[in-house]
Design a protein around this ligand. Structure first.
Ligand code: R5P
Length: 298
């Protein structure tokens, strides 16, 4: 049987290499650049006719990535590939899951429709599921979700002997409760009110019963850092030591990252988005999910 072909979009070589090594797949190649007018040129270099093709493209800062990705998937289909799947370790546009104000675009559904039209299946890591219970509510193609919880728990067990896990808001309970169970540690979920993109209010309960434990804040996404910084500030009022911060998806700008270091003892993330805080590799489970998706689709 011909081996699957894994093709990274620009900036995804490290993720693709880690996945294909575990899959026993072959590395494929595409070429892309911008014409002087800003439009995209794209060419699939490796022969894809009759092959099972996996495109790897994490979707942080997604807008400039989306058109090349759609062009690549469509071209691979036109060239006669047997199947084209997408590995997007970070899946963008999951947070606008509701029309909060009249006239707003519910971008999660539009983005899902676009990707579903271009790919046969999708593999991702911990998508931001809040009002949707599952990706199936908006994606019409088969999807597989990799959970980072076992990897986060492994890191915590190896690095912090007495953790207290903290989730900043109700959505985080799905991740934090699982990590806490696996790390055999207590957890608390806080309450968050968001007043604007960079304006959040966090309410914390009395945590004195956990004195002597190191707070470990876990959130799926850290972007501006306001949620997690505000949480750390509230914790400090109860005399806790500078906490540890763990993000699944580090969408942090360099400025936001620097601000985090002012309030946290350590900042750690998984490698779904390339960032200097990456310490936790989730590719073992990503490769297993890709193998299952490929097998299922044949
Ligand atoms: C939203 O509910 C997410 O789980 C994160 O808490 C949020 O996206 C973090 O964003 P920021 O770092 O900009 O506060």
């Amino acid at each position: 049987m011909t081996r699957a072909l894994v093709i990274p979009l620009p900036g995804n070589d490290d993720l693709a290499g880690r996945i294909l090594g575990r899959l026993g797949a072959e590395l494929g190649q595409l070429e892309t650049r911008n014409f002087p007018d800003g439009e995209t040129y794209l060419r699939i270099v490796t022969e894809t006719k009759g092959r099972d093709v996996v495109l790897v493209c994490t979707l942080d800062r997604p807008d400039p990535k989306l058109l090349p990705l759609i062009f690549a998937a469509n071209t691979i289909r036109q060239l006669g590939a047997a199947q084209v799947g997408l590995v997007a370790p970070y899946l963008a546009y999951m947070r606008q899951d509701k029309r909060f104000h009249e006239g707003e675009a519910v971008t999660s559904t539009i983005f899902a429709t676009l990707l579903s039209s271009a790919f046969d299946w999708l593999v991702t890591v911990d998508p931001h599921l809040h009002r949707y219970k599952s990706l199936d509510e908006i994606y019409s193609i088969p999807t597989r979700v990799v959970h980072s919880a076992p990897f986060l728990a492994e890191w915590i067990a190896a690095n912090e002997p007495a953790p207290l896990l903290i989730g900043p808001d109700i959505e985080s309970e799905q991740w934090v409760s699982e990590v806490a169970a696996r790390a055999n540690a207590p957890y608390r979920i806080l309450r968050k009110q968001r007043h604007g993109d960079r304006d959040v209010e966090i309410t914390i309960p009395d945590l004195h019963e956990f004195s002597g434990r190191m707070p470990v804040l876990v959130d799926d996404i850290i972007s501006s850092g306001r949620t997690i910084i505000e949480t750390a500030r509230r914790l400090k009022t109860q005399g806790t030591p500078p906490p540890i911060c763990i993000a699944v998806h580090a969408l942090l700008s360099p400025d936001a990252h620097a601000s985090l270091h002012e309030v946290f003892g350590a900042v750690v993330s998984t490698n779904t988005v390339a960032h200097e805080s990456n310490r936790i590799d989730v590719c073992r489970s990503l490769a297993a999910a890709v193998a299952a998706a490929l097998g299922h689709h044949q």
